[in-house]
Design a protein around this ligand. Structure first.
Ligand code: DOR
Ligand code: ZN
Length: 369
């Protein structure tokens, strides 16, 4: 294998989980070690980030108090730190208007109730469509991030060869959302299906974008169930080869501006539980390397400038452009060499987290230098 070296502007992770408590600084430090210039840190914390300003309380963090905690834990090293508001029964129009005006509120997050980790406070989409809260987001220019899965489905409807919770949501709800709120700007998060890719590609590029994780570009549900490799268990679950192919085609399309990095890196110190499995893959310490591998698997020649431009757009340019901030002026280098990279577990006070490549026995062929 010949050595390839690429220089890119530092990248942005526009969907990640830093949590709360004593492990936060280890997670932030992992991200910084990958030359990550900024992050959008998810609000499904305990308790949720369900208000905009003021001190943290027993039932909720505010964006202001959660950001302060992250900054104290090392996030001051980032150029950008966005925390979306967890949309819940607590959300008010006044909070959105004041938050947008103050600059604290830049994004809000839709969770399907009970659809994923700490999503119990979510309110169903049917209650948001046409609501004053969504109108306030629309009028204030606050981006709506969506975990796009239909909630409350029984097993056979949740995951079936003809439809899944995600494909149903993108066919039944997303067109209605796009039509009911024509000025609302959307980020379809961690998309996994060809139906979601189609929805994004047929929507205007200045209004609809999507994040894609490394695991959904690299793997299919076959990889998960062959040996029940639960480190790959995340939500939305990895899908079929045709879906992975649609994701790959979308990210490597010449000049594409709608798809960008959002790892959904989700640390769980205990993955296998007594009768189930916590959802989330940890890629905080190695995401750019995994994306480089995925781009190669998608047929991109990273030794050529045209191939590097595709990875640059996805990692470093499209996300900032969509969220309205500048790409980083700082650079980092990725190298492919014959010796596989050393990926370590993340050891932190509240427990150890196993990164996805260790859980999958994956040799990582790219490193950061
Ligand atoms: O796999 C996931 N893990 N999906 C989510 O939506 C949440 C995340 C987490 O917080 O662990
Ligand atoms: Zn997530």
């Amino acid at each position: 294998m010949s050595n390839i070296e690429i220089e890119l502007p530092k990248w942005f992770d526009l969907h990640t989980h830093f949590r709360q408590g004593a492990n936060v600084s280890a997670y932030i430090s992992d991200h910084l070690s990958t030359a990550c210039a900024g992050a959008l840190a998810m609000p499904n914390t305990l308790p949720p980030v369900a208000r905009v300003s003021g001190p943290n309380q027993d039932d909720s963090w505010s964006i202001e108090s959660y950001r302060e905690m992250l900054i104290e834990a090392g996030a001051d090293q980032f150029e950008e730190l966005i925390v979306p508001l967890y949309l819940s029964g607590m959300t008010t129009v006044e909070d959105i208007e004041a938050g947008a005006k103050s600059g604290l509120l830049r994004a809000a997050k839709y969770y399907p109730p009970h659809g994923t980790t700490n999503s119990a406070h979510g309110v169903p989409m049917e209650q948001w469509l046409g609501s004053d809260v969504f109108r306030a987001l629309e009028d204030s220019g606050v981006i709506l991030c969506l975990h796009g899965e239909q909630h409350g489905l029984a097993g056979a409807e949740y995951f079936d060869e003809s439809a899944t919770a995600e494909s149903r949501f993108y066919q039944e709800w997303m067109p209605r959302l796009r039509e009911s709120h024509p000025n609302l700007r959307l980020v379809c998060e961690h998309i996994t299906t060809h139906e979601a890719v189609d929805f994004v590609r047929e929507s205007p590029a200045d209004r609809v974008a999507a994040t894609i994780t490394p695991q959904h570009l690299l793997y299919t549900v076959g990889h998960l169930i062959q040996g029940l490799r639960y480190h790959l268990y995340c939500l939305p679950i990895v899908k079929f080869d045709a879906d992975r192919q649609a994701l790959r085609t979308a990210v490597v399309a010449e000049g594409q501006s709608q798809f960008f990095a959002g790892t959904d890196s989700a640390p769980h110190t205990t993955k296998a539980t007594e009768c189930g499995c916590a959802a989330g893959c940890y890629t905080g310490s190695c995401a750019p390397q995994l994306y480089a591998m995925a781009f190669e698997e998608a047929g991109v020649d990273l030794s050529e400038e045209s191939g590097q431009a595709k990875l640059r757009r996805f990692l470093s340019e499209n996300g900032p452009r969509y969220y309205g901030f500048s790409p980083s002026a700082e650079k980092f280098r990725l190298v492919k060499s014959s010796a596989p990279a050393e990926i370590d577990e993340t050891v932190a006070p509240e427990g150890t987290v196993k990164p996805l490549p260790l859980g999958m026995g994956l040799e990582v062929t790219w490193s950061l230098v």
